[in-house]
Write a protein that binds this ligand. Structure first.
Ligand code: ARG
Length: 478
């Protein structure tokens, strides 16, 4: 390190821009604030350090920097990592972003070796590397939370495999279903969400490092090597593409939106189910809040908040798509705007899943109310039609006969199962005593005993299937 160029201890040095060589006046203070990203991109600091260490290791391997430089860089980065983790690192707005903040600190700590780190690299491939590394690890956390939520829902399905509730279409009572079956429907939705994340993870997990500013670099770099050091599955093959697309982040926001869409549908059901009119479930008090004016109130705040938050994640997706659409190849500063939507989607999905894991474990179906509600609205009418079909009546005729039967019951203000046998027989001679089996809710759900049907039998079969899947996931993690 030559003393005359070592101004790293000079407090003013930090204010001097890394790129200010050709500029005749300092950047406007407001412009600086407007264009800086350090306030939000500092959360990628650990990924930034990992990326830099891989780059430096590669530079030493191909002989662009010395082993001594690499040792110094490693030592400096170790200290910086600690400073950041302990909260003593001094982030400076003047240094724009996480990359320049860390690089400046490195140079202050180790001198010229720090200034060599950026050889054969640009912030353009650096930032693309950081966001991919950061997103990759957050995807893993989200996948774990989805798996946890699935476990909770499978457990609920097992507990309540034969609890009967009304199934709705058009929000009208349609046919009886089982509570367990309803829970398992969400397990399937979250499974597709999980698959989507694991699938897009492959496209996140590719290395842009080495693309440099846009065209590659004149140094004899080894991109495969840095990719391997960072655990990337592959290298992005075109340097222009590597620094300039954020499609993987758009995919993530899209997958996050679908997770929130599923959560929001579940939220809507919980809100309705908890209302006095339905009284289908109890939610643990710790997931509800009171009203400041109405002492009797217990509000389903967590599901409502989640339903509301789905909107902001859709917004994150739209922000990303719109931010990208007008950008020519290769890097544009617009891309800095990818961070906040991606971070917001990550935070929102993670927090929401966390709340739902706890809350869904505490949901208690009110069995009697569910049964009673399932009884209203002639939910076994289809079963009566199927009964007639089994006795030789064509389905359309059966449909008509049952329609008349429902009218009769409705005039008498009773359920189909309350109609005397001779009344039922006046609609069809093929009706016999055993019809009451199919008119009962239990008979109705038990009869739907095929793959994917609502019968308690099938719910138990699906629960067993899921328990196997969960066990094998846990075995893989152990
Ligand atoms: N903070 C910038 C971003 O997030 C880093 C890349 C800046 N590159 C540049 N050529 N100005 O995109």
């Amino acid at each position: 390190m030559t003393q005359e160029h070592d101004n790293s201890n000079d407090p003013l040095h930090a204010k001097k821009k890394a790129w200010s060589g050709r500029f005749s006046e300092p950047v406007d203070a407001f412009v600086l604030r407007y264009t800086a990203s350090v306030d939000f991109d500092k959360r990628m600091a650990m990924a930034d350090i990992d990326g830099s260490l891989a780059h430096a290791t590669m530079l030493a391997k191909v002989g662009v920097i010395s082993q001594q430089d690499l040792d110094d860089i490693t030592r400096g980065m170790t200290q910086i990592r600690e400073e950041i983790q302990q909260g003593t690192f001094e982030w400076q707005l003047e240094l724009e972003d996480v990359h320049l903040n860390i690089e400046a600190r490195l140079t202050a700590l180790i001198g010229d070796a720090g200034k060599r780190l950026h050889t054969g690299r640009s912030r353009n491939d650096q930032v693309a590397t950081d966001i991919r590394l950061y997103l990759r690890s957050e995807i893993d956390v989200i996948v774990e939370r989805i798996e946890h939520l699935q476990e909770v829902l499978v457990h609920q399905a097992k507990e309540h495999a034969s609890v009967i509730m009304p199934g709705f279409t058009h929000m009208q009572v349609a046919q009886p279903v089982t509570f367990g079956h309803h829970m398992l429907a969400y397990v399937e939705m979250f499974e597709r969400d999980r698959e989507r994340l694991l699938d897009l993870r492959h496209r996140v997990n590719r290395s842009p490092l080495g693309a440099a500013a846009l065209a590659g670099t004149t140094y004899p770099i080894d991109r495969e090597y840095t990719a391997k050091l960072l655990g990337f599955e592959a290298v992005v093959q075109n340097s222009l593409d590597a620094v300039s697309d954020r499609d993987f982040a758009v995919e993530f926001c899209s997958a996050a939106s679908l997770i929130m869409m599923h959560i929001s549908r579940l939220s809507e059901e919980l809100v309705v189910w908890m209302s006095q009119r339905f009284a289908f479930i109890r939610l643990p008090d710790r997931f509800t809040t009171g009203s400041s004016i109405m002492p009797q109130k217990k509000n389903p705040d967590v599901p409502e908040t989640a339903r509301g938050k789905s909107g902001r994640v859709y917004g994150d997706l739209i922000s990303m798509l719109t931010m990208m659409k007008g950008t020519p190849l290769a890097y544009n500063k617009d891309f800095q705007e990818d961070k906040e939507p991606v971070f917001d989607a990550i935070d929102t999905v993670k927090d929401t899943l966390r709340a739902f894991c706890d809350m869904m474990a505490g949901v208690e179906p009110r069995v009697d109310n569910l049964h009673q509600a399932a009884q209203a609205g002639y939910p076994t009418a289809t079963d009566l039609a199927d009964y007639l079909v089994r006795h030789g009546t064509p389905f359309r005729t059966a449909h008509d006969i049952v329609g008349q039967t429902v009218r009769e019951a409705s005039q008498r203000g009773c359920g189909l199962e309350d109609l005397p046998l001779d009344v039922l027989q006046s609609f069809s001679a093929s009706i016999e005593e055993d019809v009451y089996e199919v008119l009962k809710l239990e008979g109705s759900v038990n009869a739907r005993d095929h793959l994917g049907g609502t019968a308690p039998n099938q719910v138990r079969f699906q629960v067993a299937r899921w328990e196997e899947i969960i066990a094998s996931r846990q075995a893989k993690k152990a």
